[in-house]
Design a protein around this ligand. Structure first.
Ligand code: DDQ
Ligand code: CA
Length: 264
């Protein structure tokens, strides 16, 4: 058998090892470590204690809320609990709320209908049907991100709400279910976990949980002033421009501005 010249056998060796390196997880970058953060209250504002908060969203410089059960779309403020404007939605169970800067998109829980709003005050422009449940919604780089109570996040085209891609959310390899209200940030999507005081920060591309945020200080602050098993932490809004982070809960009398800090 003829021996291969040195240069050729060296390059064959390199070809054999190169794919292994590419397939290695996070090759070239250090393993991303899960962050543990705590939400600290910096300001407390009034919130309507009859609002079953399902979505909290800044839109064109104003704060909007989607409320479930006998719900509505409403414009709220930090000054008073009473909404400044509202549109009752008696035929559906409203859920997550997102803004693309021009329109508001409002999910419904089991009605399989997306409500699209335009103008100020918002007027219903159209309804789009979809399959499955609607829990949380946010807008990021031309797509609407939807949670449905499972560990899957789906990425929709805002034009017709068709699903373009999906990712499973995992925390150190374990799927994370019950993902509820969402908020799209530049470096990850925040998700309330239903009936939990934890908010997860999730990587858009991999679904990996980047941070677990302990918001139990907020639940403690409202304890004794909220009633019912369903009065849980839900509602995340990031203010464009300032980066201020606001959190509230279903049927909570308070809406909080928080900062996220590492544990002491
Ligand atoms: N979800 O927000 C987790 C998606 C749904 C919460 C529904 C809680 C039950 C409320 C009672 C419903 C009465 C029609
Ligand atoms: Ca939100």
């Amino acid at each position: 058998m003829r021996r291969l010249p040195w240069s050729l056998s060296l390059s064959l060796l390199c070809l054999a090892c190169a794919p292994t390196q590419r397939q290695a997880p996070d090759a070239g970058t250090p393993e991303v470590k899960l962050q543990r953060l705590v939400a600290n209250i910096v300001h407390t504002y009034p919130h309507d204690p009859t609002a079953f908060t399902q979505g909290l969203q800044f839109h064109q410089g104003q704060l909007y809320e989607s409320t479930g059960e006998k719900g509505d779309l409403r414009r709220i403020s930090l000054e008073q609990a009473e909404p400044l404007w509202k549109q009752p939605l008696p035929d559906v169970f409203p859920e997550g709320l997102a803004s693309d800067g021009q329109r508001l998109y409002q999910l419904t829980w089991q009605d399989e209908t997306l409500l699209v709003w335009n103008g100020a005050p918002p007027a219903q422009e159209k309804q789009v049907e979809y399959d499955g449940e609607g829990w949380g919604l946010c807008y990021w780089r031309g797509q609407l991100v939807r949670s449905d109570g499972t560990s899957t996040l789906r990425f929709h085209d805002p034009k017709d709400f068709s699903v373009k891609s999906q990712v499973q959310v995992t925390l150190e390899g374990t799927p994370q279910e019950m993902l509820n209200e969402l908020e799209c940030a530049e470096d990850g999507v925040y998700a309330n976990v239903w009936h939990s005081n934890n908010i997860l920060k999730i990587d858009y591309a991999t679904g990996r949980v980047l941070a677990v945020i302990d918001a139990s200080a907020l639940a403690r602050a409202v304890s004794g002033r909220v009633r019912g098993y369903e009065a849980v932490l839900n509602g995340i809004a990031l203010e464009p421009g300032t980066g201020r982070l606001f959190l509230t809960g279903k049927l909570w009398p308070d809406l909080f501005e928080v900062t996220l800090v590492g544990p002491a």
